[in-house]
Design a protein around this ligand. Structure first.
Ligand code: HEM
Ligand code: HEM
Length: 225
């Protein structure tokens, strides 16, 4: 166990796969806006980065069931009463502190994952009917293609809003509570006194699951031709 500068013991809270997943996803999403909206690189890169995002999100869903304790959905998805109590306590007094995601944070994680998944899946069928064509756009009828293109165009705004909310929440935490959540997402460790013992699973399991997800996505891209 290490100790922070004020002597509080620091404990391991996030495993390496979850941290790598997070920062890789953030970089890839930024690249998706850069390629889709601002013309950086060829659109082929938009599709390649999109496939990588699909593999990452599939991995994170499996990791939510088979990963380390703080990464499991069952560990951080709590009922509405707990979420409301936490939010009320947040503004009036010090809320209960959580080792992993706090109750509203847990739901925002799920919302972001779902939104990224909808964005990536709809992209497979999207087309601007001029030059850009998702790999499966010509395998569905015109109506379905147009609907999913609209989903792709609208949902990118929902995703942007969720990301903005996410970053603002993390920064508010830092400014109002002097609680830096960013460093633990980088180092994996948080200064915490009296933290319960957490269960961590082997990185090999993460590699295996990521390998399965990557193989499935490569097969999908190969099938698309
Ligand atoms: C495209 C941008 C981003 C996306 C899609 C995103 C998404 C996510 C997701 C899905 C998680 C949950 C991690 C997990 O359990 O797997 C998370 C956690 C987290 N993210 Fe981001 N993120 C983004 C950008 C950022 C940025 C720029 C920062 C830094 C300011 C940041 C800071 C954090 C922190 C500190 C956590 C852990 C929160 C906690 O302690 O509960 N994220 N993010
Ligand atoms: C989470 C991942 C993704 C994000 C954030 C994203 C974002 C974007 C953005 C911002 C645009 C520009 C839309 C506009 O001009 O209003 C776009 C267009 C497009 N994207 Fe994506 N995209 C993602 C994944 C994918 C994937 C996986 C594919 C296909 C493999 C794809 C295929 C397309 C196509 C064909 C277009 C042009 C048609 C259109 O304007 O809707 N996208 N995307």
């Amino acid at each position: 166990m290490n100790a922070s500068t004020d002597g509080t013991p620091s404990v391991r809270v996030w495993d390496l796969p979850t941290r790598l997943f997070h920062w890789a996803l953030a970089v890839l999403i930024a690249l998706q806006y850069a390629t889709g909206e601002f013309g950086l690189l060829d659109m082929d890169w938009h599709y390649r980065f999109g496939y990588a995002i699909l593999a990452l999100v599939a991995f994170r869903i499996l990791w939510g069931f088979a990963g380390s304790q703080t990464s499991r959905f069952a560990d951080f998805l709590r009922g509405p009463a707990v979420v409301l109590r936490h939010m009320r306590a947040y503004f009036y007094k010090n809320p209960q502190s959580y080792v992993g995601h706090n109750p509203p944070g847990g739901w925002s994680v799920l919302a972001m994952l779902a939104c990224v998944l909808v964005q990536a899946l709809s992209g497979l069928f999207a087309s601007d009917e001029i030059t850009e064509q998702g790999p499966f756009a010509d395998r569905v009828g015109e109506k379905t293609m147009r609907l999913l293109t609209r989903v792709h165009d609208w949902n990118q705004n929902v995703l942007l809003a969720l990301i903005a909310l996410h970053v603002v929440a993390v920064l508010l935490h830092l400014l109002l509570k002097h609680d830096n959540l960013i460093l633990p997402m980088l180092s994996g460790r948080k200064p915490l006194a009296g933290a319960p013992a957490l269960r961590f699973v082997s990185g090999w399991r993460a590699l295996l699951l990521l390998g399965v997800c990557a193989a499935a996505v490569v097969a999908l891209a190969w099938y698309a031709g």
